[in-house]
Design a protein around this ligand. Sequence first.
Ligand code: ATP
Length: 318
Amino acid sequence: MTPDVTPVATPGTLASPHQSAIETHDLTKRFGERRAVDALSIQVPRGVIAGLVGPNGAGKTTTLRLLLGLIRPTGGDAVVLGQSIHHPRAFMHRVGALIEGPAFYPTLSGRTNLSTLATLGRHRHADITELLQTVGLADRGRDMSRTYSLGMKQRLGIAAALLSDPELLILDEPANGLDPPGIIEMRELMRRLRDGGKTLLVSSHLLAEVDQIADWLIVLVGGKAVYCGPAASLPGRQSSGMLVATESPAQLDVVVRIARDRGYTAVVESGQARIAAPSSFAGELNRLAMQAGATLVELHQVQSTLEESFLQIIGSIN
Ligand code: ATP
């Protein structure tokens, strides 16, 4: 089925800058002939974890760098916390970022690294003890940062990004290279920060990971947003269906025929019938199957994963 790719937010439908943490309007960045970001119009509401996903080269890092004022757009504009990216000084103290691996003095402790950065950045009010606690490094704060695991270094990087107590955190692939416990710790940290009222924009190619944490999704392909909206509303998410098992394999064909007669797409897949029908069809299916001599031994609803929806969207564009 070709997914109905939801149009991304257009300037007319965007929330006001006071509600949005980020808005972009036809934001464009060309490198020579290549459009890394191509007339991008997206929005990120405040107080969410927004996942920025897309294939390699889709323009994720370039978008983040534009939003941080690290590079200048070739065209269009973006508003971060109510301020244009053409004047990054107006909002930089309210934004924390982790782009590429964080760099620390390896022979200094995590605590000393943070206090040095706080002094350099004039973050006089930063409470280093509390920050170490927030990122789960309270026990290891006095150890040299070179002894930290990759996950701990990433979390120290986030602590550094939090020194100014920013409203918005922009993280480029924060879970990259982490082992499963490291990924879980990173996930919990991001949720804690969101629950504390911060907005997070997180790029990632780990779709299963984004699926677990993102409230809001932006899908980039070729520098353009093909979806921008609530994660739960991603096309394909609702077009889930049901998986049905029957007493004998032959009865699966009966079930598939019944579903198709009712106008639903149905296939036999790994010894089960997969039916693209709403849950309201379950009772009718059960009754009709029984009348036709088929016994359902299992019936459960399934929802597409982000990966499946993503592949559908990409497939519908190519
Ligand atoms: P990945 O997931 O592989 O990191 P991405 O989605 O972050 O990719 P970008 O790094 O933003 O994508 O790159 C988008 C496109 O712009 C790519 O084709 C890349 O080669 C190109 N690009 C990025 N930076 C530059 C640059 N400084 N000069 C020339 N081309 C660039």
